[in-house]
Design a protein around this ligand. Structure first.
Ligand code: ADP
Ligand code: MG
Length: 493
C-alpha cells in the first residue's frame, strides 16, 4: 500500500562521519564497549526515520492529493473523507441546557452545560467519567447501552443549581462516538465495526443512536440525541465556539484523525448534499494515509503483527498507541545484536507494548546527569538494567521516533491547509487561521509538539506560518458535542 521514498542524496550522506548530528558524535565520544555495538543500529534508524524538508513537502502534497481523490469518489484514496452532516458550527449565541455523552475508549463521559448566549457564554458545566466494566466491552449491545443509559439517567437526576430546562422541552444531548460509523444524518449512523478492544455483539450494522434511544427508553429517560459526531468534529466545534478562525481540528491521542471545514461544491462524490451555509465538516480519517511515509523495518514488523496489517499506516507512525512500541522494537534489536543491556534479555522487554508512549515521553523529560529516571522507567517497564551510555542511547531512540512522528503529523496538517488554499485562494494563507489540537499525545509530549510545530513552520516559511495558529483545545470535544446538540436543537434558540 505504501510507497516508500528513496531517501534523497542529502539523507544518504548522513552516514558519513562528517555529517553526523552533534548529538550522535557526542554519544560516539562517550561510548564505551557496552554501547559501541548498538551504535550502527541507531545510525541506521536515524537515517531511515529522517524527515528532511523535501520529504515533508512530498507528504503534504500527497495528503492534499489523497483528500481530493477521496472527495471525488468513495474509495478514491486511502482517506475516506466522510461527510459529518455538521453544516453549522457554534457561533456563541447558543442558549439553554445541553448534555453530551462521549464514548471513545475505556471510559465514557457525561457532561451538561448551561449556555447563556453571546454575553454569558458557558454559565456552568459539570461532567462525570465512568469506566466501562471489562465484561461489557465483549457483552451484548443491550447490556452496554443499558449501562450507559443508566449512568446518564443517574447523572440527569443530580441536575440542579444553574442548570435549568425550560418547561415543555425534552433534554437534548450530543453523542461523541469515536468508532467507525457510516453517518446517515446528523442524528443517525450505522456502526461499521467495533475497534479499540470492543467486541460487543449485536451492534455492527445497526444505528447506534437507535440503540441508545431504546436503552434510554428502558431507563425512562426522556432525552433526544440531536447530534452524533466523532471526537475530531466535536473538537472543531468546541474550539470554534471561542474562536471564529478555527477551520481544522486534529486529534493526536491513542489514535489520530483530522477534520476541516469544506465547501459543499468541492465534494464531487455528493452532488445532492444541501447545506444552508454552503460549508460542511469533512472527517478525513487520515490515520489511513500511507503515501510516501518513511518506514523502517521495525514499523513493517509491527504492522505485520498487528490486527490490521497494511492499514492505518500514518496512525502507526505518528500516534500514541504505537510510538512506544516502535522504540521497544528498536531496543530489542539493540539488546540482541548490540548487547546494549548486557547478556540477559528480560522477557518483559520482549513483550509487545510493554513500553508505552507515556514512558518514552517521560524518559525524554529526564535532565539529570546520570539519567536516573530513564534507568528506572526502563527497569520498571522492560526489566532491563542500564548504564549511563545505554540510557543515552535509549533517549536518542525515543527522540528519533518522536521527531519522525511529530514532523509527519505537521506535514499532514500543512497538506490539509494546502488543499483548502488550492480551492479558494486566500481562504487559509494570508489571514489568521487556527488548527485546534487535542489528545493525550499532543498534550503531554512536549518534544513531539515542538517537532510538529517546527515542521509546519519549515514547510510554510516565516510569512505564511505567522498566520497559522496551532492551538491546544483542552476538552473541546466534550463541550463541543453539547454545542452541536445546541446548534442542531429542534427548539428555537
Ligand atoms: P484517547 O485517544 O484514547 O481518546 P487521549 O486523548 O487521552 O485518549 O490520549 C491517550 C493517549 O495519549 C495514550 O494512549 C498515550 O498514547 C498518549 N499519552 C498519554 N499520556 C502521555 C504522555 N505523558 N506522554 C506522551 N503520550 C501520552
Ligand atoms: Mg479521545
Amino acid at each position: 500500500m505504501s510507497t516508500v521514498l528513496n531517501p534523497p542524496p542529502t539523507v544518504r550522506s548522513f552516514r558519513s562521519p562528517t555529517s553526523r548530528s552533534p548529538r550522535v558524535s557526542m554519544l560516539l565520544r562517550s561510548t564505551t564497549l557496552s554501547t559501541a555495538a548498538a551504535l550502527p543500529i541507531l545510525t541506521k534508524l536515524q537515517h531511515d526515520c529522517a524527515t528532511p524538508l523535501p520529504l515533508l513537502r512530498n507528504i503534504a502534497d500527497n495528503m492534499a492529493a489523497d483528500m481530493r481523490a477521496g472527495l471525488a469518489v468513495d474509495g478514491g484514496s486511502d482517506l475516506k473523507m466522510i461527510l459529518s452532516y455538521v453544516d453549522c458550527l457554534p457561533t456563541g449565541h447558543e442558549r439553554g441546557l445541553f448534555y453530551a455523552l462521549d464514548l471513545g475508549g475505556t471510559n465514557f463521559r457525561v457532561l451538561r452545560t448551561q449556555l447563556g448566549g453571546r454575553d454569558e457564554r458557558v454559565i456552568d458545566t459539570e461532567f462525570e467519567q465512568v469506566s466501562i466494566p471489562q465484561d461489557l466491552m465483549s457483552g451484548t449491545s443491550d447490556e452496554l447501552f443499558d449501562f450507559i443509559a443508566s449512568a446518564l439517567a443517574k447523572f440527569v437526576k443530580k441536575e440542579g443549581g444553574k442548570f435549568v430546562l425550560p418547561n415543555g422541552r425534552s433534554r437534548e444531548t450530543g453523542f461523541t462516538f469515536s468508532f467507525p460509523v457510516k453517518q446517515t444524518s446528523i442524528d443517525s449512523g450505522i456502526l461499521i465495526k467495533w475497534t479499540k478492544g470492543f467486541s460487543v455483539s449485536g451492534t455492527p450494522g445497526k444505528d447506534i443512536v437507535a440503540c441508545l434511544n431504546e436503552a434510554m427508553g428502558r431507563q425512562g429517560l426522556d432525552m433526544r440525541v440531536s447530534a452524533l459526531v466523532n471526537d475530531t468534529v466535536a473538537t472543531l466545534a468546541g474550539a470554534r465556539y471561542w474562536d471564529d478562525d478555527v477551520m481544522v481540528a486534529v486529534i493526536l491521542g491513542t489514535g489520530t484523525n483530522a477534520c476541516y471545514v469544506e465547501s459543499v461544491e468541492a465534494i464531487p462524490k455528493l452532488p445532492g448534499h444541501k447545506s444552508n451555509s454552503g460549508k460542511t465538516i469533512i472527517n478525513t480519517e487520515w490515520g489511513a494515509f500511507s503515501n510516501g511515509l518513511p518506514l523502517t523495518e521495525y514499523d513493517r514488523a509491527m504492522d505485520a503483527e498487528s490486527i490490521n496489517p497494511g492499514e492505518q499506516l500514518y496512525e502507526k507512525t505518528i500516534s500514541g498507541m504505537y510510538l512506544g512500541e516502535i522504540v521497544r522494537r528498536v531496543l530489542v534489536r539493540m539488546a540482541e545484536t548490540g548487547s546494549l543491556f548486557g547478556k540477559h534479555i528480560p522477557e518483559k522487554l520482549q513483550t509487545p507494548f510493554a513500553l508505552g508512549t507515556p514512558n518514552i515521553s517521560s524518559m525524554q523529560q529526564d535532565t539529570s546527569e546520570d539519567l536516573e529516571a530513564v534507568g528506572s522507567i526502563l527497569y520498571e517497564a522492560t526489566g532491563v538494567d542500564s548504564n549511563l551510555d545505554a540510557r543515552k542511547m535509549v533517549v536518542e531512540v525515543c527522540d528519533t521516533i518522536a521527531k519522525r512522528g511529530g514532523r509527519l503529523a505537521g506535514a499532514g496538517i500543512v497538506g490539509i491547509l494546502q488543499k483548502m488554499e488550492e480551492d479558494s485562494k486566500g481562504v487559509v494563507f494570508g489571514k489568521r487561521m487556527v488548527v485546534a489540537m487535542d489528545g493525550g499525545l499532543y498534550e503531554h509530549y512536549p518534544q513531539y509538539k515542538r517537532y510538529l510545530k517546527n515542521a509546519v513552520a519549515e514547510l510554510l516559511g516565516p510569512e505564511l506560518s505567522s498566520h497559522v495558529v496551532i492551538e491546544h483545545s483542552k476538552d473541546g470535544s466534550g463541550i463541543g458535542a453539547a454545542l452541536l446538540a445546541a446548534t442542531n436543537s429542534i427548539y428555537e434558540h
